[in-house]
Design a protein around this ligand. Structure first.
Ligand code: ADP
Ligand code: MG
Length: 602
């Protein structure tokens, strides 16, 4: 072929490919235009997952009638004049590409009335070419209908996902804008049915409640940086007990623009370090505001990527704000339930005792120093007598000096076991109230942290060698074991092929010495089968979780007083005593004040 300059239509269609990838991109660009036009009401109607029709109506400024045609020309914008304007850009759009791109790959109707004019104007375009235009009476604002998206670019059309997938993308997009702009009332209708609306009340909490539902909302913590911080972070993030298998529920907005930023997403995940199991992610909606000149928004045509002048600073501000919200709020008793709080009070006040007349500060500090050390290196919780000699629970001074390895810091106050309920829960008393502890969940937490500590330190986990046991599997199960045999070996499982679909189990993790190897292998296979194509992290997480679950004391198991006390001693020094590695709570806490209140003593 000889060299030729491409014809204008082809250029537009190619350019459109960068901006308009799928129906949701059309919705995004149009919502951004409505917001830039100062609308406080935006209605999005979608038919056939956006392929048949997308209609976005707003009550913004509208477009002056003599400029409408121009709005559909490439690189036509009212938001930017010179390249230096980009340093202070406050609008979502600035490239002047969206309308022309969308119009070039669809059949489009626009009706708009500018705020200063009496009459509106309506236009129809096909493949970017104006077919008709005439004046029309209409309310202030703009309505754009995009029909038959990609009708003239069959290659694009072919790559569209199922209608349900496109619907889902659009719904999450509109929801995100609802969250980012609580002052604006959004309505989303799909095939004539309303699927989302926000009230425009200005309260992020209101939108969050509609978007995520009450159950999730109850478990979200407010994030807010100090008002004098140059970089502001505001929003909500989930308590560790509310988490998801993917990071897609972490939504970030920078200066009102939804962005995708792996590094900042990681800042949020990092803030949950040790609070969430590997492979589990929080839910978060965070608005980050910073001076526009410290931000480059012109990285990609979809404007979903930004560059920060000081990326490390933004990273740490976000991470610290989220971490602080999670730590502070997990540890304050939130009065959510009438009787029991979700989380124990770990504040200073709580540590200083709820019965000052009985428990002096002196006794308390003695207890803090002389708590049983060295538990972390053990597999099972102690049965006390063998580990502590004649350690007497009520007389801390009876512990011999200089015993054991360096201790991890205390994360719970010193607890005294009172008894067991239903062979499943341990009742304990602390200086600040009563604790009801799920023995299985608590033990899972302890084992998980021991296991991960060992994993961080050495390449291979300690093993327990077995008298050879054979494992007979189906063909797909055998493939699964083969595929993951290296990972399994790292965690202490050695399996050797032994005839068709048969393996010999040579070793299992030391932690599982008391368990039935065939049973644990069956469970692991079940876990691995669940997801078709999990990432390596998810596979490792599944194995670790399963090992801890299997090794942990079960609900229904009667424990001696010493066993319970041993378990609690270890829990008191875990990094995250409040949740099990699956993110469920390990305990219910009731403060002394609450008890008094419940009994009408105050
Ligand atoms: P950009 O948003 O980058 O400026 P667009 O192609 O999205 O480019 O839009 C072109 C121009 O059309 C905008 O600059 C704006 O002046 C006008 N416009 C588009 N949509 C609307 C709307 N809903 N309300 C008012 N003006 C609009
Ligand atoms: Mg735009």
């Amino acid at each position: 072929m000889s060299i030729q300059i491409l014809d204008e239509d082809v250029v537009s269609q190619i350019a459109a490919g960068e901006v308009v990838e799928r129906p949701a991109s059309v919705v995004k660009e149009m919502i951004e235009n409505s917001l830039d036009a100062g609308a406080d009401f935006v209605r999005v109607e979608v038919y056939g997952g956006g392929r048949r029709m997308i209609r976005v109506s707003d009550n913004g400024t509208g477009i002056p009638s003599h400029e409408v045609e121009l709005a559909f020309a490439r690189h036509a914008t009212s938001k930017l004049r010179t390249i230096t304007d980009l340093n202070a850009i406050r609008t979502l759009g600035f490239r002047g590409e969206a309308l022309s791109s969308i119009a070039s790959v669809s059949q489009l109707n626009i009706t708009t009335r500018f705020e200063g004019e009496d009459m509106g104007i309506t236009l129809r375009l096909e493949g970017g070419h104006i077919q008709q235009q005439r004046p029309i009476g209409s309310p202030k604002g703009t309505v754009i209908e995009v029909e038959n998206l990609f009708y003239n670019t069959p290659a694009r059309l072919k790559f569209l996902k199922k209608e349900a997938t496109e619907k889902r993308h659009i719904a999450s997009l509109v929801t995100r804008y609802g969250l980012a702009y609580p002052d604006v009332r959004f309505v989303l209708e799909q095939d004539g049915r309303e699927v989302f609306h926000s009230t425009g009340s200005g309260e992020l909490a209101d939108v969050l409640l509609t978007a995520h539902g009450l159950d999730d909302f109850k478990n979200m913590f407010e994030v807010r940086t100090d008002s004098d911080s140059r970089i502001q972070v505001y929003g909500y993030t989930s308590s560790p007990s509310l988490n998801r298998a993917d990071r897609g529920r972490i939504a970030l907005f920078v200066n009102g623009r939804w962005i995708q930023d792996t590094s900042l997403t990681y800042a949020v995940i990092q803030a949950y370090h040790t609070l969430l199991m590997t492979g589990r992610y929080p839910i978060a909606v965070l608005m980050i505001d910073l001076p526009p000149n410290e931000l480059d928004v012109n990285v990609h045509p979809t404007k979903a990527e930004v560059r920060f002048q000081n990326p490390d600073e933004v990273f740490s501000v976000v991470q610290r704000a989220v971490r602080r919200a999670v730590i502070d709020q997990s540890q304050t008793p939130a009065l959510r339930h009438r009787h029991f709080n979700d989380m124990p009070d770990l504040s200073e006040r709580a540590l200083v005792g709820w019965r000052p007349e009985q428990e002096s500060a002196h006794q308390l500090s003695a207890g803090l120093q002389l708590d049983s050390p060295g538990d972390f290196t053990r597999q099972r919780f102690s049965t006390d007598a063998d580990d502590h000699g004649d350690y007497d629970e009520d007389d801390p001074t009876s512990i011999p000096d200089g015993m054991g390895t360096p201790q991890k810091p205390r994360t719970l106050p010193l607890l005294r076991v009172v008894g067991q309920v239903g062979a499943s829960y341990i009742i304990a008393e602390g200086p600040a109230g009563m604790y009801l502890i799920d023995q299985h969940a608590a033990h899972e937490r302890i084992l998980y942290e021991q296991f991960m500590a060992e994993y961080d330190e050495q390449e291979h986990m300690s093993q327990y060698t077995l008298a050879a046991q054979t494992l007979q599997l189906s063909a797909p199960e055998a493939r699964l074991i083969e595929e993951n045999s290296d990972t399994l070996r790292v965690f202490g499982f050695t399996l050797e092929p032994f005839g068709p679909n048969t393996f010999v189990i040579r070793s299992i993790p030391a932690m599982l010495a008391d368990s039935e190897p065939l049973e644990i292998m069956t469970r692991i296979i079940e876990d691995l089968e669940q997801e078709k194509d999990p990432g390596q992290d998810a596979i490792e997480a599944k194995i670790v979780l399963r090992v801890c679950k299997q090794a942990a004391v079960k609900a229904g198991q009667v424990l001696s007083h010493d066993e319970m006390q041993g378990l609690i001693r270890q829990l008191e020094r875990t990094d995250s005593p409040l949740t099990c590695p699956h993110g469920r709570p390990t305990m219910i806490y009731m403060s002394g004040d609450q008890l008094a209140r419940e009994f009408g003593r105050t």
